[in-house]
Design a protein around this ligand. Structure first.
Ligand code: GLC
Length: 703
């Protein structure tokens, strides 16, 4: 609806009606205003599938929602490093939302993975803001290309779950601008999400829902955002402060506090113009959502299931493949060990949880292929979920790896099978109780019973492959001793078929880690400060998050950011740059050739880093500034091109309150991953006038 009509509508509303509109009607809808014929719109979680709850009043169970396709979690999809795949896959979520009369999907989450311990890492994309921003924008473009809004979350610096409702993220401005804001900036500028969700936490002492500097001055003033800002559920602590700060819509509905807005306006504490702005934002969202709705939409759930299978196949990361143990040889005797092979962990806990329509399991899928002689054993006790966000003792229940005691009998049975096999597949991973919304892990290890099983099997069977299902990095103490490791992450409802296709070579793995796997938790740069003390958490590692820390410190990790193997091999050549000196306002064209030098069709992720060789400013040794995934037939070669602007070489200069391309010696680097640089070309940056960089992120609308 045109903005002028929206304004006229708001001008006809009473103050009470306007105050009421600024909070929802229950947990999932905006309020109607019957007198003026203003309708409601419906929003639902979430990033990994549609969690539409219809009878939430009678049954407020977070896991009770309509059947929906369960997508690979964001942690998995991010590992695809494939913008087009994110768009296509998220497009299905948009189509499914049309069928279910949902007008806005509450996702994606693009918070930066500061620590492997964050309970919601499975629901976020990366430790790197460029990768998170590009893929988050593609996700939003995908959902919105189907006439359904997306709501990017959780703005801002919400990188832990402990004390999330009240802790303050203490972050310096440069760290915010270089690490925690850019993903939101890219999503807002490139994909224009229908809504932005303000997070629970405080930012440097002020609740996100009350931070006008972030919700208005930055989001709208600097980035030009003109959508709707809503609170996270229960994140509004003061209704009139929230509206005054630009958090237009408080969710869920809080009718008991609507009057606070009326009182504040009447007392002159809150300008009515702020309330009008909030109502205009909300009505614009409502009418946009309803106007794009396709009544009577239908969807082919089987086709959607196939789409999420393909998404998972393109996302899984092959971490180790010694002696060509993978793909499995036809006719070989394979012992499948681990409950997760028959009861896979394919999604995370909390508000992103969906009631999957049908889940394929790795064991069934391998069996259905009929190519292998399979045996099976549990190996460890069935994994039960005892914690849920809605359970009374959720906050007080701590879950540790030691709570999963090895079962000697189950191990003995599994070892016997493994011994007789040509190859053993051990399915391991994190139980939902150990990583979920609402809490953070205390350790980075797998459950004790799984590590014990792996150790015992390795004593009798060297041809072992571990298949992982986890939402965030885990310690892999046996990694040197197994021959294969395949990281499925949380692979969605089609994880079984995807795993079987990858393990038998129907598809070559092409995922790359969107986060570093350190050898041990203590190596992580946030380790000494993570979750903080009391109501404050200091982001004292600053911009040195993830590989920015490990690579700058030259600290070895188990597997670096961007790492992943393939069933094929690739070579790179002909790195070229359009200029060797870059000045403000100029762009730099980069090209490189990549060739499939193996014998199977496969996809490669070309990674472009800007390396800092010599610069007056303290900054990470390299930062990801470009990537492209290319599918190549055996022997095929392609040229991949990138365009870098000065922002790619810039950092946030607090004294100038702007991004600045500092003079210095840099390099354009083509990396196999953040640690392994294959080709590089020097580039000198000049900026004699210290001119601020134009934070240009081209607005590319999808579809
Ligand atoms: C939750 C989450 C948010 C979700 C919302 C609605 O607490 O933080 O991601 O969209 O509430 O369920």
């Amino acid at each position: 609806m045109e903005k002028e009509k929206i304004r006229q509508l708001v001008s006809q509303m009473t103050l009470e009606e306007k105050a009421g509109l600024c909070s929802g009607d229950g947990p999932w809808k905006t309020k109607a205003v019957e007198r003026l014929g203003i309708p409601q719109m419906w929003m639902s979680d979430g990033p990994h599938g549609l969690r539409k709850q219809e009878n939430y009043a009678e049954k407020p169970d977070i896991n009770d929602s309509l059947p929906a396709v369960s997508f690979p979690s964001e942690c998995a999809m991010a590992a695809s490093w494939d913008r087009e795949l994110l768009r296509e896959t998220a497009g299905w979520l948009g189509r499914e939302s049309q069928v279910r009369d949902v007008h806005c999907v509450l996702g994606p989450g693009v918070n930066i993975k500061r620590s492997p311990l964050c309970g919601r890492n499975f629901e976020y994309l990366s430790e790197d803001p460029y990768l998170a921003g590009e893929l988050g924008a593609a996700y939003v473009q995908g959902v919105q290309s189907e006439g359904v809004g997306a709501c990017v979350k959780h703005y801002l610096a919400n990188s832990q779950e402990k004390r999330r409702y009240w802790n303050s993220s203490e972050v310096d401005e440069r760290t915010l601008r270089d690490i925690y804001l850019p993903a939101f900036e890219t999503v807002v500028k490139k994909a224009k999400p229908m809504a932005v969700m303000a997070s629970y936490n405080k930012i440097n002492g002020t609740y996100a829902t009350e931070s006008r500097d972030r919700l208005v001055d930055l989001l709208r003033g600097e980035w030009g955002y003109d959508g709707c800002v809503m609170s996270d559920w229960g994140a509004t602590h003061n209704r009139q402060k929230a509206v005054g700060a630009g958090c237009a819509l408080t969710m869920p509905g809080e009718p008991k506090t609507d009057h606070e807005i009326v009182t504040a306006v009447q007392a002159g504490v809150l300008e009515e113009a702020r309330v009008d702005e909030a109502c205009e934002q909300i009505l614009q969202m409502v009418y946009d959502g309803l106007e794009q709705h396709r009544e009577g939409a239908k969807i082919d759930y089987e086709a959607e299931h196939e789409a999420v299978r393909i998404a998972e196949e393109q996302s899984a990361v092959l971490l180790k493949n010694e002696d060509g143990i993978l793909p499995l040889k036809k006719g070989s005797r394979v012992a499948v060990i681990g409950c997760l092979a028959k009861e896979p962990r394919y999604q995370g806990g909390g508000s992103s949880h969906v009631c999957a329509i049908r889940v394929s399991t790795p064991y069934e899928a391998l069996e259905a292929l009929g190519e292998l002689e399979l045996t099976y054993a549990d190996g460890y006790p069935k994994i039960t979920t005892r914690r849920s966000l809605t359970s009374a003792d959720f906050e007080t229940t701590r879950v540790f790896a030691a709570d999963y005691a090895p079962d000697e009998a189950l191990i003995k049975e599994a070892v016997a099978l493994a011994k007789d096999a040509d190859t053993v597949l051990i399915f391991a991973g994190l139980p939902e109780d150990m990583e979920t919304e609402g809490d953070d892990r205390d350790e980075m290890c797998l459950p004790d019973d799984q590590n014990a099983l792996i150790r015992e099997i390795l004593k009798v069977q060297p041809n072992a492959v571990v298949v992982l299902q986890n939402g965030s990095p885990v310690e892999l103490p046996w990694a040197e001793d197994v021959k294969g490791i395949l990281e499925l992450y949380l692979g969605g409802e089609a994880v079984g078929e995807a795993a079987a296709d990858l393990l038998t070579g129907k598809v070559s793995p092409s995922g790359r880690l969107p986060e570093s796997f350190p050898f041990r938790l203590e190596d992580n740069p946030s380790y000494l400060f993570y979750t903080g003390t009391g109501a404050k958490v200091e982001y004292r590692e600053g911009v040195y998050v993830g590989y920015r820390y490990y690579e700058t410190k030259k600290m070895p990790v188990r597997y670096p950011f961007g790492y992943g193997l393939s069933y094929s091999t690739f070579s790179y050549s002909d790195l070229k740059v359009s200029r060797e000196v870059l000045r403000p306002g100029e762009t730099l064209e980069v090209s490189v050739r990549v060739k499939n030098t193996g014998s199977v069709a496969a996809a490669e992720v070309v990674q472009l880093y800007v390396g800092c060789r010599k610069c007056e400013v303290l900054r990470p040794v390299r930062e990801l500034k470009g990537f492209d995934k290319v599918c190549l037939q055996p022997g095929e070669e392609k040229e991949v091109r990138f365009t870098l602007d000065e922002r790619a070489f810039s950092y946030w200069e607090c004294d100038k309150n702007a991004y600045l391309m500092a003079p210095g010696s840099f390099a354009v680097q083509i990396g196999k991953n953040a640690h392994e640089i294959l080709l590089e070309h020097p580039v000198t940056c000049e900026n004699p006038d210290n001119a601020p960089a134009k934070s240009k992120v081209e607005v590319v609308m999808y579809g």
